[in-house]
Design a protein around this ligand. Structure first.
Ligand SMILES: [Zn+2]
Length: 201
């Protein structure tokens, strides 16, 4: 299950003797990783590189940034999908069955769950030829706080069974499964982009 850096500010101090360099750098770019420590390692690297540019532009003649001490002074490593105020299932999973033609997700609704097809099929209302089948996941908008469903999704067969997954919760109880769901929902997102490109081209 992926984490991302949220408003990271780092202080970077040069350890060269008598060097007064001690700067704060703010990382605006989106850094993501599969674990909190992946994100941290990447963020520290970027903070060091940013500070090195500042340091060396002032002090290039004497020395380069030396064994910097780097600390996070603000910001956090946030689980993606966390932070939304939309209602979530109390546990990690709610399973529901749908009749053919019934609406599973509604366009414009606040997104809080990832959906996994357990039985039957489903399709996006905006792309009716696309089919989600058993094992497919959709609903990527739930990965980002405050995002709304981009399309309604309709059950494509009788007795379509859908798991509504609370990914942060699932990640606590079963990180491997959460990781696998995440990969499948990203695959769906890439497919949506390819379909859009095809239609545009
Ligand atoms: Zn220095």
């Amino acid at each position: 299950m992926p984490y991302r850096l949220n408003k990271g500010v780092y202080s970077v101090r040069c350890r060269a003797p008598h060097c007064p360099f001690n700067a704060q750098v703010k990382i605006d770019q989106a850094i993501m990783g599969m674990t909190q420590s992946d994100v941290e390692v990447e963020a520290l690297k970027i903070a060091r590189d940013m500070a090195m540019v500042q340091h060396d532009s002032i002090r290039s003649r004497s020395h380069s940034l030396h064994k910097p001490e780097i600390r996070r002074v603000s910001g956090s490593y946030q689980l993606m999908g966390a932070g939304s105020h939309a209602p979530r299932p109390a546990g990690e999973t709610v399973i529901r069955e749908f009749a053919r033609g019934e609406r599973i997700l509604t366009e414009g609704e606040e997104a809080s769950c990832i959906c996994e097809v357990l039985r039957g099929s489903a399709y996006p209302e905006r792309n009716r030829t696309h089919r989600y089948r058993k094992g497919d996941c959709f609903g990527a908008a739930a990965l980002l706080p405050g995002h709304r469903r981009m399309t309604s999704v309709i059950a494509g067969s009788v007795g379509t069974r859908i798991a509504f997954l609370n990914l942060p919760e699932l990640n606590r109880s079963n990180p491997r499964r959460a990781g696998s769901v995440f990969v499948r929902v990203m695959e769906d997102t890439l497919q949506v982009i390819r379909d859009l490109e095809k239609r545009a081209g």
